[in-house]
Design a protein around this ligand. Structure first.
Ligand code: MN
Length: 246
């Protein structure tokens, strides 16, 4: 099994190192990841300049682009054969609910999915998660499961793993995305050159974290697995908009 690995935290991040090591036990791994932290890059592609592909001493490849660039470049130009799986992560922090819209981790997996490869995004949920051992074990389990029983169609799985030891995990739960409250406002501050500058504030707290959501599963100690789709059509609103246009 050939596995393409990427992330949005950069090729040097402990999370991607743990993931590559774990999945190396299951298949043949190639790592292509951004050269710097591109968290929040969403699905952007770099269209205004060429991209460089460089190889680090540990064998990982890095690209001066976004997570989507990395997977796009690897699948359509670098790898000789289509990978059997694209795995993105392990992200340093949650990607639940609305986070998935902004996440570069989810975007890297989405790019694999859009190119016809079954893909998953993995994120470690915690205040400042630094122990990726349990999440890497989960990644290995999921990849082994996929190897034994591949999906017949491309899937896009968003996986969030609670922080803590592997033994404390209660198992897998298939979930839907929850919702967060509106994001916190920007933070206004003065630069050293006395300009007013703004930091994008933190994401909002969970609003819909009810039964069945990714938030609820992780809070209960489960690994949350959400199958995602990309069609943004709001089918339920089509009649109302049709009426409005009449
Ligand atoms: Mn990130």
């Amino acid at each position: 099994m050939r596995i393409l690995i990427s992330n949005d935290d950069g090729y040097f991040a402990p999370g991607i190192e743990a993931l590559a090591q774990a999945l190396g036990e299951v298949g043949e791994v190639t790592v292509v990841a951004p050269e710097r932290d591109r968290s929040g890059a969403s699905n952007s592609l770099t269209l205004d300049r060429p991209l460089s592909l460089r190889r680090a001493r540990n064998g990982f490849y890095h690209v001066n682009g976004t997570p989507s660039d990395c997977v796009h470049l690897a699948v359509t130009g670098m790898l000789e054969r289509l990978p059997d799986m694209v795995v993105s992560g392990i992200n340093h922090g949650a990607n639940m609910g609305d986070d998935t819209i902004y996440s570069g981790t989810v975007a890297a997996a989405t790019e694999g999915y859009l190119l016809g490869v079954p893909s998953m995004a993995l994120s470690l949920v915690g205040k400042s998660p630094d122990d990726f051992a349990a999440a890497a074990q989960v990644a290995m389990e999921l990849a082994r499961r996929f190897k034994a029983r591949p999906f017949r169609c491309p899937v896009l799985l968003n996986v969030n793993i609670p922080e803590g030891p592997y033994a404390a995990l209660k198992g897998f739960k298939v979930t839907r995305l929850g919702r967060r409250h509106k994001a916190e406002p920007v933070i206004r501050t003065q630069s050293p050159r006395d300009e007013t500058v703004y930091w994008i504030g933190p994401a909002g707290a969970a609003q819909d974290a009810g039964e069945g959501t990714d938030f609820a599963a992780v809070a209960d100690g489960y690994v949350s697995v959400t199958p995602l789709q990309i069609d943004l059509t709001h089918s339920g609103q089509m009649p109302a908009v049709t009426e409005w246009l009449a």
